[in-house]
Design a protein around this ligand. Structure first.
Ligand code: SF4
Ligand code: SF4
Length: 462
């Protein structure tokens, strides 16, 4: 193992929003709430949604398959508890509006307990045994467990790690940046589940055929860098894993920006990292891979941060997937009188939810409750003035786009011009809106333009 103590590696553009990670950074991972009712979404990933494999009245057990798809790009879903399927019904979805979910009521004879993470001893003890798993076994276990990118994108992990002769992979980057303000769940995982992450990295490296691995952590997390460094030193045969501290800057954890920072390579616009032989896996995804392969456990729980100045007891919790957001907030002491907005994710890229029945999914890394004061500031922000052509949005855009031109085109309903300015290449990071002195909601216009474009494409004949 080599530690590259550089810490200045980064990408061009970006910005530095206030971190506010102090609210939860010292909060160890605690068991989440006992579930009363669960809604397990059938679409929690990029790709084809699952169809239910259970019916109303079906009795389910922990880890039982409840939804699957034959599509290559998809990931199955499982019941986290002993229970009975009440119905398959539409439920509020953080991204899709409303989408089908399997509603499960706990079995009254086997009441669920507060969910607890697995002991790290299980992974330490497995260190010598990882060699016994073949690449095919690892890929199959990852597919069966329904693992998806847990950093937010939700791309099925099996598709990412499986060897593809057309796009051979040589380099794996493990993403421990967690650049979004407020969120600290990956930080806690790196401190508390270090061995589990390393076991997952070794398995993913073997499955993918990558020759080298970089673990990238922002330099505002020295304790996590040290924890990984020590664990790698004590783990046998990990010389191909390089620990890389990178500069603290938003959106450092975005795939394309991280590849630029670590490897100084550009992923082609509109392309994907495997086109240049690279895969990027989040640290929580690596931990889930270890559970899937070593313990044969599907992805039914995850660590997330409940945070924001308007939540009574912010912290990091191990939560059952399918738990309604409202129940989780209640478990954390409820909201204070100052609360105004609930966001799934962080304040830069998160999605505001109106319905507190919206369930936690595999990709929910945080629930952030913002205050009236913060929203008030945002409203003040909303009093926009004309563009003063300062160029700050261009400097901040990590994708080298011209946000003001794209937003102007969308505003004037000229999607053709917006496309000429590479509307689709925007990663919706929010940097342009954040830095704009004229308070123009550039990202909002761009997101709207993308939605209109998708609708237009749907209507077009093949
Ligand atoms: S145009 Fe898109 S990628 Fe560029 S800064 Fe704005 S939101 Fe980020
Ligand atoms: S940052 Fe705002 S004011 Fe400056 S050029 Fe961009 S849109 Fe115009």
């Amino acid at each position: 193992m080599k530690t590259m103590l550089i810490g200045k590696l980064t990408f061009p553009g970006g910005t530095h929003p206030p971190q506010r990670k102090d609210l939860t950074a010292d909060s160890p991972i605690q068991p989440g709430p006992v579930v009363k009712k669960l809604a397990v979404m059938l679409s929690q990933h990029t790709g084809a949604p699952c169809r239910p494999t259970v019916k109303p009245g079906s009795i389910v057990q922990p880890g039982q398959l409840i939804g699957d798809s034959d599509a290559f790009i998809s990931a199955p879903v499982h019941s986290p508890i002993d229970g009975r399927v009440k119905e398959v019904a539409l439920q509020s979805h953080p991204v899709l509006g409303r989408s089908p979910a399997v509603i499960i009521e706990p079995n009254p004879n086997i009441p669920p307990k507060r969910p607890r993470p697995k002991s790290q001893d299980l992974f330490r003890d497995a260190a010598e045994l990882l060699d016994k798993y073949s690449p095919e076994q690892i890929c199959l276990a990852v597919r069966k467990a329904g693992i998806v990118g847990m950093g937010g994108a939700g791309f099925p992990t099996r598709v990412k790690i499986e060897p593809n002769p057309r796009l051979p992979k040589h380099t794996m980057i493990v993403n421990g940046c967690e650049c979004e303000p407020y969120i600290t769940c990956d930080y806690r995982i790196m401190l508390e589940w270090t061995e589990q992450i390393i076991a997952g990295i070794i398995l993913a490296k073997k499955a993918s055929g990558c020759e080298r691995v970089f673990v990238a952590i922002e330099d505002n997390k020295p304790q996590a860098i040290e924890a990984v460094r020590v664990a790698l030193k004590n783990w046998p045969d990990t010389g191909y894993i390089h620990l890389v501290p990178v500069k603290t800057k938003y959106p450092q954890g975005s795939e394309r920006q991280l590849i630029k920072a670590v490897l100084n390579r550009n992923v082609p616009t509109g392309g994907i990292p495997p086109m240049i032989g690279v895969i990027v896996l989040n640290v929580a995804t690596c931990a889930a891979i270890a559970e899937a392969v070593i313990l044969s456990l599907p992805l039914t729980h995850r660590v997330l941060t409940v945070t924001g100045e308007a939540v009574a007891e912010p912290g990091n919790y191990y939560v059952t997937i399918g738990t309604p957001v409202g129940e989780l907030i209640e478990f954390c002491g409820g909201v204070t009188q100052k609360s105004a907005k609930v966001v799934l994710g962080g304040p830069m890229m998160g999605i505001a939810v109106a319905d507190l029945e919206t369930p936690i999914t595999k990709t929910t890394g945080a629930v952030t409750v913002l205050t009236k004061h913060q929203i008030g500031k945002a409203k003040f922000r909303g009093r926009q003035t004309p563009c003063i052509r300062c160029g700050r949005c261009l400097q901040a855009c990590p994708e080298h786009l011209n946000p003001t031109k794209i937003a102007h085109a969308v505003k004037n309903n000229r999607l053709d011009i917006a496309q000429d300015y590479f509307l689709s290449a925007c990663n919706e990071c929010g940097c342009c809106s954040y830095v704009c002195p004229a308070k123009i909601e550039l990202t909002g216009y761009i997101k709207t333009g993308k939605i209109f474009l998708a609708r237009q494409k749907k209507k077009m004949p093949e």
